[in-house]
Design a binder for this molecule. Structure first.
Ligand code: 6PG
Length: 477
């Protein structure tokens, strides 16, 4: 019998998705560029389900029922194009190529068009949840032709995480929409992780606690509003003892954060769309700053300022830090969802933002109790421009703001960098200002470049002849 789906690319994500699909009763053909990996896969997992191992792409394609469903699990970028080029000539009209990696959404839109010209259907599918999620239930964000999605929907919804009997998988939209939403998911993941890192830094250097003690605090936080996968694993990571030194493992991990691109793409697209995305963008910059390790080493001995850790014991700040973390998290999600809203309008994707919150409740890296609140916000208030304006979040931030301000002030005084905490607070303060200082920016632009300004008391565009007689002229009449 032929397989219902094929997976090519048997690195850990591909292997675990193939196992997940097969374990739930769907026959899967497997393929890898180097067949040794396919053989290893079969030796280790071949008895978990109905696998057909194939050595060549020809055999792989021949093993599949039609329309062929081909899940490509290779590294984002050129390898995806290479697989498409190689496999397309072997396929028939209507066959479906599914890219389950972290591809950049414009690539997905381009590939969708190129495949369509060859009579093939292409889907860009965001898959989140890391290795464990791929095996036991990820969150799945499929983008592409709805008719193609209908051909794989049962497979995807069966392997996805389930929350309240609802699969964490829903058709996101056409073209690159699925990968777009996955990209923003990852951007939010960056913000969440950065906020956690800043809280850890403050608890270490301002509150004076050691890693295991902070791990316990995260465990406690995970029982409240902050309950989430990332807070939970922070508790575990901080309490892990290093076998070599006998001390906390985190204390011997090099403080340089790496990144593969999805966070940076999120920020880049926010700049293109004109959406203020400060939380995620500061998180990306914090990773890039962390990677300047040798420069930081030199600067540490040169640049003046308070030395974190030199202050007195401030365990009284623990609860403040929790509240600051929650408020900043609200801002980061409000920004991320505002970005998806803007992208949906710009690309005509008709994204259902409440559904995105729904499929992120389980399986994915940012899964959290909090996402139920976002789901409810969209259910009750429809197409809101900014989640901060939904009563639950308005109140949550109002309640947290005194603590948030104390944390930002204390960190600033003590020389602890908190780019995500402080930029989120500045965004909040900027967003709630009816009149900000951009009037001066406009005045300056008009002075040096005759860029014109609008007035609050008259329609039209104006320019002052700064260097001449100083009179104002209307420029659009
Ligand atoms: C997920 C993760 C996954 C991966 C990130 C990490 O949703 O399962 O987001 O996609 O872990 O891409 O990204 P960085 O390597 O850029 O931190």
């Amino acid at each position: 019998a032929k397989s219902r789906i094929g997976v090519t690319g048997l690195a850990v994500m591909g292997a675990n998705l193939a196992r997940n699909i097969a374990r739930r009763g769907t026959p899967v053909a497997v393929h890898n560029r180097t067949s040794a990996r396919t053989r290893e896969f079969m030796e280790a997992y071949g008895d978990e389900g109905a696998f057909t191992a194939t050595d060549s792409l020809e055999d792989f394609v021949a093993a599949l029922e039609k329309p062929r469903r081909i899940l490509v699990m290779v590294k984002a970028g050129a390898p995806v194009d290479a697989v498409i080029e190689e496999i397309s000539p072997l396929l028939d009209e209507g066959d479906i190529i599914i890219d389950g990696g972290n591809s950049h959404f414009p690539d997905t839109t381009r590939r969708t068009r190129a495949c369509a010209e060859r009579g093939l259907r292409f889907m860009g599918v965001g898959v989140s949840g890391g290795e464990e999620g791929a095996l036991n239930g990820p969150s799945i964000m499929p983008g592409g032709d709805p008719a193609a999605y209908a051909e794989v929907e049962d497979i995807f919804t069966t392997i996805a995480a389930q929350v309240d009997d609802t699969p964490c998988c829903v058709h996101v939209g056409p073209d690159g929409a699925g990968h777009y939403v996955k990209m923003v998911h990852n951007g939010i993941e960056y913000a969440d992780i950065q906020l956690i890192a800043e809280a850890y830094d403050l608890l270490t250097h301002v509150a004076g606690l050691d890693a295991p003690a902070i791990g316990k605090i995260f465990e406690e936080w995970n029982a409240g509003d902050l309950e989430s996968y990332l807070i939970e694993i922070t508790g575990e990571v901080l309490q892990k003892t290093d076998a070599r030194t006998g001390g906390p493992l985190v204390d011997v991990i090099v403080d340089e954060a790496e990144q593969k691109g999805t966070g940076r793409w999120t920020s880049q697209d926010a700049l293109e769309l004109g959406v203020p995305l400060t939380g995620i963008t500061e998180a990306v910059f914090a990773r890039t700053l962390s990677s300047l390790r040798s420069e930081r080493k030199a600067a540490a001995g040169t640049l003046a300022g308070p030395v974190p850790g030199a202050g007195e014991d401030r365990t009284d700040l623990v609860e403040d830090i929790r509240q600051a973390l929650y408020a900043s998290k609200v801002v980061a999600y409000a920004q991320g969802f505002a970005q998806m809203r803007a992208a949906s309008k710009a690309n005509d994707w008709n994204l259902d933002l409440g559904a995105m919150a729904t499929i992120w409740r389980g399986g994915c890296i940012i899964r959290a109790r909090f996402l139920n609140r976002i789901r409810e916000a969209y259910a009750e208030h429809g197409d809101v421009e900014n989640l901060l304006m939904v009563p639950y979040f308005t109140e949550a931030v109002a309640d947290a703001q005194d603590a948030w301000r104390r944390v930002v002030a204390t960190a600033t005084q003590q020389g602890v960098a908190i780019p995500a905490f402080s930029s989120s607070l500045s965004y909040y303060d900027g967003y709630r200002r009816e009149r900000g200082p951009a009037n001066l920016i406009q005045g300056l632009r008009d002075y040096f470049g005759a860029h014109t300004y609008r007035r609050i008391d008259a329609d039209g565009s104006f320019h002052t002849r700064w260097g001449q007689d100083g009179t104002e002229v209307r420029t659009d009449a």
